[in-house]
Design a protein around this ligand. Structure first.
Ligand code: BT5
Length: 326
């Protein structure tokens, strides 16, 4: 991470296609010419094509599709989410990093992004495949005043936000699968992992973890994943701008969170049910120690799955996995 590098990128973004003089950068950043030259070298290593012309300065020719803080925050204008972005080229897991930052007092809305994860996490100790340069791996720190029992709503809120961002990225019809998957044509394109640190009555912080397969090639998916997987590139045939997708996603998260704080779970529940591909369909529920078959009715006021079972009863499923049968 480098604050000067981000400031230089910001200056380039403010003056598209124009030269920014070395002198001006020195003055604005309060650093030496040598320091700037070093930062420009780092940007080039990251794939930024920066032209340097004696007596005119530096000009950004072609920005690569990277998710450095300056790229993500430029023009974002959200209320809470993404006011602060922390970036890692490579890290173990953005959720793990977000938890560390939250323990150290990071503000609500702080977003942690990585280009690559070495121990990307799924639920129940599962892994999340996180190769570099192609996808989005992001975690958001929230410090809500609502009680811990309401925290499950945030999984549904992030699912709806990802669904909106996916629908905007191309001719896609995202389907939500309870509790935390987003599918395209029945294949998993995104996963959510929300974690909480709380006492009985108070949430210290929540971490909303989101992984979206954007430009991953079909050949990069191993054949033994739990559910068949896809990416927006594989499903739509066109590369997606990671930067634009991330900004759209953060805007949706920010708007939905704001709406949630004002109006509660009802609008999010309705939006989630609208995108859910399970309503009215037969499923097999695996919620240890229970396993049964039934027809999905919807979700309740805290996001539990409601399943009508043969014989007339309605089960409430709080945790587990669900498989479509028809
Ligand atoms: C999830 O778990 O779907 C939650 C994934 C959350 C990932 C994000 S990335 C940013 C943040 N930082 C983290 O460390 N995690 C979060 P689950 O429902 O348990 O699904 C995991 C299963 O999906 C694995 O066991 C694999 O079979 C499969 N899988 C792994 N990587 C995948 C990928 N990239 N795309 C589709 N499926 C994948």
């Amino acid at each position: 991470m480098s604050a000067s590098r981000d400031r230089i990128l910001e200056l380039f973004r403010q003056a598209p296609d124009q030269f920014v003089s070395g002198e001006e950068i020195c003055r604005l950043l309060g650093v030496s010419r040598t320091a700037i030259w070093k930062q420009i070298g780092q940007l080039r290593e990251l794939g930024y094509c920066v032209e340097a012309v004696r007596s005119r300065g530096y000009r950004l020719l072609s920005p690569p599709d990277r998710l450095l803080p300056a790229e993500v925050t430029s023009g974002l204008e959200t209320r809470r989410i993404g006011r602060e972005v922390v970036y890692f080229e490579i890290t173990d897991s953005t959720n793990a990093q977000a938890r560390r930052l939250a323990e150290d007092g990071a503000a609500e809305g702080t977003v942690v992004i990585a280009d690559q994860q070495t121990s990307g996490r799924g639920r129940l100790g599962r892994f999340w495949l996180s190769p570099p340069g192609v996808n989005l791996y992001l975690s958001i720190i929230l410090r809500p005043t609502f009680p811990p029992r309401d925290a499950t709503s945030m999984t549904f809120l992030s699912a709806v936000a990802v669904a909106h961002a996916v629908a905007e990225a191309g001719p896609f019809v995202p389907q939500l699968k309870w509790p935390n998957d987003l599918l395209l044509d029945g294949k998993k394109v995104a996963g959510l992992l929300n974690e909480m640190n709380a006492e009985t009555e108070q949430v210290h912080y929540l971490v909303l973890g989101i992984g979206v397969n954007l430009n991953m090639a079909t050949a990069q998916f191993p054949s033994d994943l739990r559910t068949p997987a896809t990416s927006l590139l594989a499903a739509g045939g066109v590369e997606v701008s990671r930067r634009m997708f991330t900004q759209n996603l953060l805007r949706h998260l920010d708007n939905l969170y704001d709406q949630y704080l004002r109006e509660g779970f009802a609008p999010i529940r309705a939006a989630w049910e609208q995108h859910c591909n399970m309503i009215g369909r037969q499923v097999e529920v695996d919620s240890p120690p229970q396993r049964f078959v039934g027809t999905v009715y919807g979700i309740d006021a805290i996001g539990a799955l409601l399943v009508d079972v043969p014989g007339g009863g309605r089960e409430r499923v709080l945790a587990g996995d669900v498989r479509l049968l028809s």
